[in-house]
Structure formats: structure tokens, C-alpha cells
Write a protein that binds this ligand. Structure first.
Ligand SMILES: Nc1ncnc2c1ncn2[C@@H]1O[C@H](COP(=O)(O)OP(=O)(O)OP(=O)(O)O)[C@@H](O)[C@H]1O
Length: 259
């Protein structure tokens, strides 16, 4: 498999509206990408498409080397983790943190078996890796937003995905929790068995240096795509936001202000 994601001229029309238009995008093996766009730019639609929940009106999609239309999408989904603050927040309540993490193994294959001691060991390891092992024994609903995000990432990793989508993962987090989560994501990316990461965000400064490539999407079209350092610069971002902005690079992250 050469490409992790390949979209060729992908469009999606709905209710007389063009939601995605002529999207060409290739994620090659070994790359971690950020996806940046304003509200309503088409990010969620794109993610729904990658996961096969919606079908392109035009164009071709391959994910993990499997071409849509020729592959059993439910099978493919087992290899894709999708952590979304808005979607998954509502799903769990009383469950203990470690049970929630362990359940990721079964969620991805859509059946429930009694988890083995080995499964719990793996869950513990993942919680340690994400620096949230102190949450064992706590019920999910009593955890903070930042802690919940880490548990949901650990849960997604339990299914050993090859592609992990982090969808507005730092939404609603305070400064400390956000930086803590970003540190964990950076560490995760350095593990030998790390999945390919796709980090979806509204904020340039959340794009860590591990995301060497960035896709800018605006009004359903690819505005720019390429090396993060080249994409996140004054001229291109001012045009992207249709407002003069200044980018300050600090510790390899792009901090934005109005000019
Ligand atoms: N099923 C649908 N039918 C009609 N229009 C839709 C549908 N789904 C999305 N849209 C429209 O397509 C556009 C893109 O929506 P999408 O949710 O993909 O944006 P987004 O980038 O994820 O936004 P946000 O950052 O606010 O979550 C919006 O204008 C939205 O109203």
C-alpha cells in the first residue's frame, strides 16, 4: 500500500448545494496530516466520506489502499479510528475508564466478547502512554473534558487502527489540558506501531510539527495542500481567511493574529 488516502476529483452535491467540489488529496505512507478549515467548510463531510458513511457524487476514493466500491466498507472501518469530541461525548456515562478503553477492541469489530486479562493489560498500557492511567476506576462521566479525550483516543487505539482521525480533539479544553493532550498526541506519533494521524482543527497553533503536511479547505474546495510550513504562511493564510493575518512561528507551531 503506497497511499493511506487518495481522493480524485471528489465532489458531493446535496440539496442543490455543492458541499465538496473537485477535491484531490493524497496522503502517502508515513505522513501525518492536519486538516484546517473554518466552520462549514466541509471537514465533517470529508471525514464522513473517508469512513464510507456518505458516498461521493463524483470522483474516486481509496483509503488504506482499498478502493471504495470494491471493498467491504465495514471491514475497512475496523482499520480507521475516529475520535470526535462532538460525536462520542454523548455515548458513555457510568462506564469505568478502563472498561471504556477496552471496549474499543470490540467496537471496531462490532461484536461484544468478554475482554481478556491481556486486553485489560493493553488498555492499561495505552492509558499509561496517554498519561491517564490514574483514571482507572473512575467513571467516564466524572472525568474532565481533557481526560475524556485521552480516554477516547486510548479507546480508538485499542482497535489498532492504521489511520486515526482526531476530530477537533482539543475543543473546549483549557490551556493546560490542551497542551497536555497535544503532548500525548506527539508522543503517540513516535511509537513504533503508531497509526497515521489526521488532525482536524480550526486552529493553526494546534498543528504540531509532527503534522508535516496540511490541507486547507474552504467552501468545499481544497485551497492549499502541502508542507505545513509552506501552507501556513502570511500570504496564503491571509488569502485563505480573506483577512490580513500575521503568522508567528514559535516552537514550530503557527500562531495567528489579525494584522
Ligand atoms: N446532509 C447535508 N445536506 C445539506 N447540506 C449539508 C449536509 N451536510 C453538510 N451540509 C452543508 O455543507 C457544508 C459543510 O458542512 P460540514 O459539516 O462538512 O462543515 P465543517 O467544516 O465540518 O464545519 P464545522 O467546522 O462547523 O464542523 C455546510 O454548509 C453544511 O450546512
Amino acid at each position: 500500500m503506497e497511499h493511506i488516502i487518495e481522493m480524485k476529483n471528489v465532489s458531493w452535491f446535496r440539496e442543490g448545494k455543492t458541499v465538496l467540489k473537485g477535491v484531490n488529496w493524497t496522503v502517502s505512507k508515513g505522513e501525518n496530516w492536519a486538516l484546517l478549515g473554518l466552520n462549514g467548510s466541509g471537514k465533517t463531510t470529508l471525514l464522513n466520506m473517508l469512513n464510507g458513511y456518505i458516498w461521493p457524487t463524483q470522483g474516486e476514493i481509496s483509503v488504506l489502499g482499498e478502493k471504495f466500491g470494491e471493498v467491504d466498507i465495514r471491514h475497512l472501518r475496523r482499520s480507521i479510528g475516529w475520535v470526535s469530541s462532538s460525536l462520542q461525548e454523548k455515548l458513555y456515562g457510568n462506564e469505568k475508564a478502563e472498561d471504556l478503553v477496552v471496549s474499543g477492541k470490540f467496537a471496531s469489530i462490532g461484536l461484544y466478547e468478554k475482554p481478556s486479562a491481556e486486553d485489560y493489560n493493553r488498555a492499561k498500557q495505552l492509558m499509561e502512554q496517554l498519561r491517564c492511567s490514574h483514571l482507572a476506576g473512575r467513571s467516564y462521566q466524572t472525568c474532565s473534558q481533557g481526560e475524556k479525550q485521552k480516554l477516547l483516543i486510548a479507546r480508538a487505539l485499542m482497535g489498532s487502527p492504521k489511520l486515526l482521525i482526531l476530530d477537533e480533539a482539543a475543543n473546549g479544553l483549557d490551556f493546560i489540558s490542551k497542551e497536555g493532550l497535544l503532548d500525548s498526541i506527539e508522543e503517540l506519533s513516535k511509537q513504533p506501531d503508531a497509526p497515521h494521524l489526521l488532525y482536524v482543527t480550526h486552529h493553526t497553533e494546534e498543528i504540531l510539527p509532527i503534522f508535516s503536511k496540511t490541507l486547507l479547505i474552504r467552501r468545499g474546495e481544497v485551497f492549499a495542500s502541502g508542507y505545513t510550513k509552506e501552507v501556513l504562511e502570511n500570504e496564503s493564510l491571509s488569502e485563505f481567511f480573506e483577512m490580513p493575518v500575521h503568522v508567528l512561528w514559535n516552537q514550530d507551531r503557527a500562531w495567528l493574529s489579525k494584522k
